[in-house]
Design a protein. Structure first.
Length: 192
């Protein structure tokens, strides 16, 4: 060897990688600088990221299928005229949004929505009136208002006889207002 060639200086202990670090890099094991605590944080971060991504994906998929509102049918049959006693209010169809009232001269269907703020009044047979539980509006059996804050009578739904089977057909898509003369329309009253 020549004198000009220098021998390498031995590495300082602080510069040399530790035995565990070299083994970690070569053997695929953790380095000493990666502790269990840092792996827990990394696992929590990845779990949060995955959950957020999944939630975003599900929200996007849910957006593609909008809510569908299934409404009750607006037109339905309620039975034959002889099924309704004269002078009575039939509450069987309150869930469908109407009361069927039978008078001596015919029948009509009152819509079960208070004309004050949209609550559903109750039929009080002992007092022979409809009474709204929300604000105290009162209506006669005919649907005309007589007490409380309600500004106008109840609305009537279209009513007719089915030519096929003779049953009464109520159509809530057509309503008739007293104050506009709608109760005089032949479709708002079924003459018997």
């Amino acid at each position: 060897m020549s004198d000009t060639a220098k021998t390498p200086e031995p590495a300082k202990p602080s510069d040399a990688p530790s035995a565990g670090a070299t083994a970690g890099l070569e053997g695929g094991l953790l380095s000493e600088s990666m502790t269990r605590r840092s792996w827990h944080w990394m696992a929590a971060a990845w779990t949060s990221f995955t959950a957020a991504t999944l939630a975003g994906t599900l929200a996007t998929v849910r957006f593609m299928f909008p809510n569908v509102l299934f409404e009750k049918p607006m037109q339905f049959k309620v039975g034959k005229p002889e099924d309704f006693p004269v002078g009575e209010v039939d509450e069987r169809f309150k869930e469908k949004g109407v009361w069927v009232v039978r008078e001596a001269t015919g029948m009509y269907a009152l819509i079960t929505t208070c004309t004050h703020l949209g609550c559903t009044p109750n039929w009080l047979p002992a007092q022979n009136k409809f009474k709204c539980p929300c604000h105290g509006s009162g209506y006669y059996r005919s649907g005309v208002n007589f007490e409380g804050p309600t500004p106008r009578p109840l609305e009537r739904a279209a009513i007719s006889l089915s030519p096929d089977d003779g049953q009464i057909v109520v159509d809530k898509s057509k309503s008739f207002l007293f104050e506009t003369g709608g109760w005089d329309d032949p479709a708002s009253f079924l003459k018997l």
